[in-house]
Design a protein around this ligand. Structure first.
Ligand SMILES: *Cc1c(COP(=O)(O)O)cnc(C)c1O
Length: 389
């Protein structure tokens, strides 16, 4: 399906709403029925029609169709956050006594689920270095029912070989879910590579304007129906119509924003490579990236998120750099219009800082929609202030 068709037309039945270009926000909790039989059918299968907006809602459905198509998936659910998409996707597929294999250091709230919540229900998780397929083989036990992937991973952007992990999981009848937030379906389509479920936060690139949260889960009809009938309806964490409308609006410009951010990111990287205070740039589609060859086989782009390792001896140098940025803001998240940094040392005291620990010197940089020169100038002047520390 054409990307332009998906983003501009798919799911939009404009003749039903006065040929309005922008879809209506159907801000209604419930829907009326003419006959008792129709009501009975809706009770029997909430996915068959509009009954109550904790289940299906027409505005949300437009978004679901577009997001499923972007992933080349059969179906999709949209949640109120990426965290709830992860929660429901995992919970629906494990039971007491099961074992999960996850990449090391997955997204914070995935890890909290594995470490804090699931053990209370008898589900154990093993973390592995997911870069090597042998590690997936070795960690698989007779009770392993779930593989959790995140590729590229946050901060160091380690990849898993998606085709290889998916192939092994299918052989062992293990369900796979990937956090695809870094690439989004524009730059990586995991379901086409054999992964069962693709999750992404819509808060980042899809929203694109730092003004709403959302989370996406795509997969087969069967898988999505299973999650809808149980975890989705039970937790009530589906996206609200207005937020869905914001995400539809975000989708319209997603490819244009990706093009712009991808081009600006290349300019910023070129500049950073000339700076002696930058020890390393970690970016999956840079030839210096350890898994560059694999990245090229499963990703078609890498957009605006990178990690820079500063060539400094103490924490105050990093603090100085971050606090002297005039335009690039310091905040969590990414994918919006605004460029951002977040230093790893925000979770360290000065005394805990180890200059030989590469991680301590990491600053994650997100390149937004600003002019490249504007950003480069800001980085240049902030790096210059480090010399004074
Ligand atoms: C932000 C993020 C999430 C969670 O998404 P929310 O919408 O904030 O709940 C999950 N995975 C990654 C990699 C993220 O960056």
């Amino acid at each position: 399906m054409d990307l332009s068709y998906i983003l501009n037309e798919l799911g939009e039945e404009r003749e039903n709403y006065f040929n309005a270009i922008s879809p209506p926000i159907i801000q209604s909790s419930n829907f009326a029925f003419d006959t008792v039989d129709e009501l009975r059918n809706a009770f029997a299968d909430e996915m068959s029609g509009y009954l109550y907006s904790r289940g299906l809602n027409p505005t949300v459905d437009i978004l679901r169709k577009k997001l499923a198509a972007l992933d080349a998936a059969e179906d999709c659910l949209v949640f109120n956050s990426g965290a709830s998409a992860i929660f429901c996707g995992v919970l629906a597929n494990v039971k007491a006594g099961d074992h999960i294999v996850s990449v090391a250091k997955p997204y914070t709230w995935a890890q909290k689920m594995f470490d804090v919540i699931l053990p209370r229900f008898g589900v154990e998780t093993t973390y592995i270095d997911g870069t090597k397929i042998e590690n997936w083989h070795a960690a698989t036990r007779s009770n392993t029912s779930f593989f959790y992937l995140e590729s590229p991973n946050s901060w160091d952007f380690q990849l898993q070989d998606l085709r290889a992990v998916a192939g092994w999981a299918r052989e062992k009848k293990i369900v796979t879910l990937i956090d695809n937030s870094y690439c989004s379906p524009l730059y990586q389509r995991p379901i086409e590579l054999g992964i069962d479920m693709a999750m992404q936060t819509a808060t980042k690139y899809i929203s694109g304007h730092s003004d709403t949260l959302g989370g996406v889960l795509t997969g087969s009809h069967q898988m999505i129906k299973k999650i809808f009938d149980s975890e989705y309806l039970n937790t009530g964490c589906g996206i609200q119509p207005f937020n869905a409308w914001l995400l539809i609006r975000g989708l319209r410009t997603l490819p244009a924003r990706f093009d712009r951010i991808t081009a600006t990111t290349q300019r910023v990287i070129q500049y950073l490579k000339t700076e002696p205070l930058i020890q390393q740039i970690i970016f999956p589609l840079d030839p210096s990236f350890p898994q560059y060859e694999l990245a090229k086989t499963q990703m078609s782009g890498a957009c605006g998120l990178m990690t820079i390792v500063l060539n400094v001896k103490n924490r105050p140098s990093i603090v100085t750099f971050c606090q002297n940025l005039r335009h690039i803001l310091m905040a969590v998240s990414w994918g919006g219009h605004e460029s951002l940094v977040i230093p790893k040392c925000a979770s360290l005291q000065d005394s805990e800082f180890d200059p030989n620990n590469r991680e301590h010197k990491m600053v994650r940089l997100y390149v937004g929609l600003e002019d490249p020169e504007y950003l480069i100038e800001d980085l240049r002047q902030a790096l210059a202030t480090i010399a004074d520390v």
